[in-house]
Design a protein around this ligand. Structure first.
Ligand SMILES: Nc1nc2c(ncn2[C@@H]2O[C@H](COP(=O)(O)OP(=O)(O)OP(=O)(O)O)[C@@H](O)[C@H]2O)c(=O)[nH]1
Length: 376
């Protein structure tokens, strides 16, 4: 659950970062494109100023109708260009204060264009060539100055914008790194919590000395198996094992040796059973084998095999050479048995009988009566 949430969070952060970086790339492309189109306009406008100069020179040399027409068209183009550039300036991110003098000059030049047109008309009619030259030069110089200033302003603005975008990209990259580190840290913490919970859960199910299931876990597993048995009809069996005179081993060789014997026994028991069976240490020198879907005769045969195995177990450490024996009580679930407690109580009674009847023996039931599988 916690890991799922961490995964979802990481995915969310990754998607957000992707969206932000896509936006920045797009924004950057946009800003660049705006300036490129404006700079292109300004370069063309600078060419208009040069063409104006050339046309005026041509007209001074000859009042040819073709030159007059050329100038008329050029004035029309210049007017359109001034409007387009002033609109682009107003829409741009350039601060108004930076382009105000330029704007004023362009507006002034636009207002001078009708005068130039009138001077041209007069010149075409053979009057006042000086006037055309004067107004023409004024407009041409004004255009050349304005567009050259504007060109510089655009380059400066473009460079500033690019620097800002680079800083922004760096900031977002740093933000992304921090987010990745945070998500990584969060996931590591969650993983650690998950592992600790798993360890605790494992410890709560396990006997610390032998690593076998503990009593509580055996009861949990058995309760589940009993519910399954009611549906399937496949009866489970239980074998309770109690070591005989284990106190003597402790007394003779010390508690640590007794511990080592218990561990060796746990391994031997685990080797004797099927993978589906559960081996548990109930406490002290008492063990249990819970056998799902195992009938009475199968359980009794296994109990006898276990008894022999214990009797033949090579004991570790100082207890080597000693003979360990155990008493075993076996019970199988049957009609009228309402839960694991009843099965346990029956196996316990038979274990008690095995002890009472001399130890190192198995007590099973056959047709409701206890029977001894083996005697010492
Ligand atoms: N080494 C070791 N000994 C344990 C442990 N738990 C219980 N014991 C010992 O097991 C012995 C059980 O003694 P008793 O209940 O008298 O049983 P017993 O000596 O096996 O005799 P019977 O069961 O009557 O055959 C005691 O000496 C406990 O100290 C353990 O974890 N380690």
């Amino acid at each position: 659950m916690a890991l799922g949430m961490a995964g979802a969070f990481a995915l969310l952060v990754a998607l957000s970062l992707l969206a932000v970086s896509t936006y920045i790339t797009e924004a950057r492309r946009h800003v660049g494109a705006d300036y490129i189109s404006m700079v292109t306009d300004v370069v063309r406008a600078q060419e208009d100023a040069v063409r104006l100069r050339l046309t005026l020179d041509n007209l001074r040399d000859s009042s040819d109708a073709l030159h007059v027409e050329q100038l008329e068209q050029l004035l029309w183009v210049i007017e359109l260009r001034i409007r387009s550039i002033t609109q682009s300036l107003q829409r741009s991110e350039i601060p108004r204060a930076a382009y105000r003098p330029l704007m004023e000059e362009l507006v002034h030049l636009e207002s001078r264009l009708p005068s130039l047109e009138r001077a041209l008309a007069a010149y075409a009619a053979g009057r006042d060539p000086r006037r055309l030259e004067e107004v023409g030069r004024e407009v041409e110089e004004g255009l050349a100055w304005s567009y050259s200033e504007l060109n510089e302003l655009l380059h400066l603005a473009s460079a500033t914008q690019r620097r800002m975008m680079e800083r922004l990209t760096l900031a977002v990259t740093a933000l992304g790194l921090v987010a990745v580190l945070m998500v990584g840290g969060l996931m590591l913490t969650l993983l650690r919590i998950y592992q600790q919970r798993e360890t605790l859960a494992q410890q709560s199910r396990t006997d610390p000395l032998t690593g076998l299931d503990n009593r509580r876990h055996l009861y949990d597993v058995a309760a589940e198996e009993f519910a399954r048995y009611r549906r399937s009809g496949e009866a489970p069996s239980l074998i309770l094992i109690d070591l005989d005179h284990f106190k003597r081993i402790n007394d003779a060789h010390g508690h640590p040796t007794g511990d080592a014997v218990l561990v060796a026994l746990a391994e031997a028991l685990s080797d004797e059973v099927r993978a589906m069976d559960r081996v548990a240490r109930l406490g002290g020198e008492e063990f249990a084998l819970f056998l799902p879907a195992c009938d009475e005769s199968g359980a009794c045969r296994l109990a006898e095999r276990v008894r022999c195995c214990i009797a033949g177990l090579a004991l570790p450490g100082r207890a080597a050479g000693e003979r360990l024996t155990a008493s075993l009580g076996v019970a199988t679930a049957g009609p009228g048995m309402d839960g694991f407690e009843a099965l346990y109580a029956l196996a316990d009674r038979r274990l008690y009988r095995a002890k009472a009847n001399g130890r190192d023996r198995v007590e099973c039931s056959a047709g409701g009566a206890s029977r001894v599988m083996s005697t010492p």
